[in-house]
Design a protein around this ligand. Structure first.
Ligand code: NAD
Length: 290
């Protein structure tokens, strides 16, 4: 029986990071600009601490400055907003990222919207979400950006293909749907209220799962020859598994991302890409070739 190609997100992200490193070096040598990424971490969520540490390491490796601000779990919203405003005003900072989730007393939407859209490297402010909707150049969310790059390693021209995106979050599903629409896909957005998920999935040339439910998407949901992008990260015992039943889907798909080692590494790489873009654009320089 046919077995899918495995899309090696780790290797593709590494190659992307090398190109970002090149663009950063050029910004430094030609324009004396060293991009700076500031990450704000509130509270003690262990997974968030790991993410922030990994982002810091990757940022420095790409030749950029990494700035970390840690606030206590009982920090007040006004304190976080004041910090974001200071980072907005700091010319050495090109990217501002507030690590999610924020503690329950904080209105995350309000905090995110304080970020200067020019420094919004997560692409989550109303300004950047609006630009994506309008098809105007902005900073786009990292995980969907990484997902589209992975799809394009398999199929360069996506026009006319049917993409089914499962999940409609602000972070992944909605922006990914818009990006695939911008690539001229015919896009179906599926979600928790979709009536016949299996049948909807079976019509997809490109199937993207961003749900957060382990192995929700069974092998027989996958059309023969489809490209499958598994964004989900679910902890099951000691293991991390995706939203897609990998073994079953790999029997039918043309190509599929593994979990871990698929979309995950692309997210950080795209964050670095956004930081270089933000650094260049803020200074009126053309977008670096990446
Ligand atoms: P979310 O909880 O905000 O959204 C989940 C979406 O799934 C919702 O829109 C909901 O309608 C839909 N959904 C829930 N149950 C469903 C069902 N039974 N059938 C169909 N749709 C259903 O989650 P999110 O932030 O979008 O993240 C989704 C997954 O992606 C999580 O596992 C998360 O850990 C992972 N994630 C991975 C990365 C990465 O870098 N790889 C980045 C962000 C999120």
């Amino acid at each position: 029986m046919a077995t899918a190609d495995i899309i090696d997100g780790k290797a593709i992200a590494e190659a992307l990071r090398a190109r970002i490193g090149g663009a950063t070096a050029e910004l430094a040598s030609r324009h004396r600009v060293v991009p700076g990424l500031a990450v704000v971490l509130v509270g003690d969520d262990p997974a968030s601490h790991v993410y922030v540490r990994n982002k810091g390491i990757a940022t420095k490796k790409a030749g950029m400055r990494s700035i970390e601000h840690r606030l206590a779990a009982d920090a007040r919203e006004a304190e976080i907003v004041a910090l974001v405003r200071r980072l907005n005003a700091d010319d050495a900072v090109d990217g501002v990222l507030v690590q999610m989730p924020l503690p329950p007393q904080i209105d995350a939407h309000r905090v995110i919207n304080e970020i200067d859209p020019a420094k919004d490297v997560d692409g989550l402010t109303e300004a950047n979400a609006g630009r994506l909707l309008l098809g105007v150049k902005g900073l786009e969310p990292c995980t969907p950006q990484g997902s589209v790059i992975l799809i394009k390693t398999i199929e360069k021209k996506l026009a006319g293909l049917h993409a089914v995106v499962i999940g409609r979050s602000i972070l992944v599903g909605k922006p990914l749907s818009l990006m695939l629409l911008a690539e001229n896909c015919t896009v179906t957005m599926a979600h928790s209220r979709t009536r016949d998920l299996a049948e909807t999935c079976r019509s997809a040339d490109i199937l993207c799962a961003a749900v957060g439910k382990a192995a929700l998407i069974k092998g027989d949901f996958v059309k023969s020859g489809a490209i499958v992008i598994d964004v989900g990260i679910n902890r099951v015992g000691e293991r991390l598994i995706g939203d897609v039943d990998f073994a079953g889907a790999a029997q039918r798909a043309r190509a599929i991302t593994p979990v871990p080692g698929g979309v995950g590494p692309m997210t950080i790489a795209c964050l670095l890409k956004n930081t270089v873009l933000a650094a260049a654009r803020r200074r009126g320089l053309p977008d670096p070739e990446i």
